[in-house]
Design a protein around this ligand. Structure first.
Ligand code: ACO
Ligand code: LMR
Length: 274
């Protein structure tokens, strides 16, 4: 018979070769018939399964509430400045996305790993906080530049209320809230932030909802999937900021010089004389 050449790539999430496009074995017509929404599509393409509706609703909620947080955050500023430098949508978007990381918006995967590891090691919230301080590490998912106990982040409120009401188990959220009690006692701004809150709730989906087995949950924590949620959500806002600047016909931005403290070393030119 025919000898098939060995495949250079393996792909397991979608197939466009048949009469109908399929996401993880589900026909695109069924995707719409079932009204699974974008949460359902993410379940199929990221997790290769259909997730219960409290999970898909949670995913959609996460995308909606991370969609934007004003023009002043690192990523939006990058997008706006790039857009005002006359660049196109993709360049402006990517410029914003490149700021997402450990400090801004990209703390989810590490928050998920660190909180669940602390929980698994049986550390009390105080022991966890002390251990991280001794290791000279910031706790991912804790802290905010402007939000605090006295100026709470309403997004985090909304997530907590939904999860407490709809999740079969929220052990990891409870643990993170107990950690927040310890950190906010030290400093008002050391709240469980939106990255941290979404991350621990996702750990509750991975580990405590019955939708994944233990190995699968560990595997997703290892490969890191949760920063994708913030990245996807905030892309909505970054694209919005780009369009906004184009609509406003905003010109090239140059930051006011008096906003820089310039402290340049005095070079000795003598060394360079011929
Ligand atoms: N864990 C432990 N201590 C912390 C943490 C933390 N995550 N964050 C700040 N602190 C401490 C600092 O060590 C510092 O202590 P000190 O006064 O004794 O020196 C104090 O709190 C203030 O620290 P700053 O760096 O000034 O805090 P800032 O408000 O500038 O930082 C930030 C905010 C960047 C979010 C910071 O808290 C952090 O890096 N957190 C961890 C990463 C994270 O979760 N990022 C996501 C934020 S949410 C989002 O971007 C959508
Ligand atoms: C955000 O969602 O971008 C923020 O929580 C970060 C910030 O400083 O507002």
């Amino acid at each position: 018979g025919m000898v098939r050449k060995p495949a250079a790539f393996i792909s397991t999430i979608s197939d466009e070769r048949g009469a109908e496009l399929m996401y993880s074995g589900v026909k695109i017509s069924e995707v719409f018939e079932s009204e699974m929404g974008i949460g359902g599509v993410i379940s199929l393409l990221w997790f290769k399964r259909t997730l219960p509706s409290f999970c898909t609703k949670f995913i959609e909620m996460a995308l909606m509430l991370t969609a934007d947080h004003g023009p002043a955050v690192s990523g939006a500023m990058n997008t706006i400045i790039t857009s005002r430098a006359g660049k196109d949508l993709i360049s402006s978007l990517v410029s914003g996305l490149l700021t997402i990381g450990d400090r801004f918006g990209g703390a989810l995967d590490n928050a998920a790993r660190e909180f669940s590891s602390a929980y698994d090691r049986g550390l009390t919230p105080r022991e966890y906080v002390d251990q991280m301080r001794k290791a000279n590490k910031l706790i991912p998912g804790i802290g905010h530049k402007i939000k605090s106990v006295s100026n709470p982040d309403f997004r985090v409120q909304v997530v907590k209320e939904f999860v407490l009401k709809n999740f079969p188990s929220h052990k990891m959220l409870d643990y993170a809230l107990a950690v927040e009690k310890v950190t906010t006692a030290k400093k008002d701004t050391l709240i469980l932030n939106v990255d941290g809150c979404l991350a621990v709730c996702f750990v509750d989906i991975l580990r405590n909802s019955g939708a994944f087995n233990a190995e699968e949950a560990d595997e997703y924590l290892r490969i890191g999937v949760l920063n994708g949620i913030f990245t996807l959500g905030r892309s909505i806002g970054f694209i919005g900021h780009h369009l906004d600047q184009k609509r406003l016909r905003a010109g090239l931005y140059r930051h006011p010089s008096d906003d820089f403290h310039i402290d340049m070393p005095q070079r000795i030119l003598a060394n360079y004389k011929k």
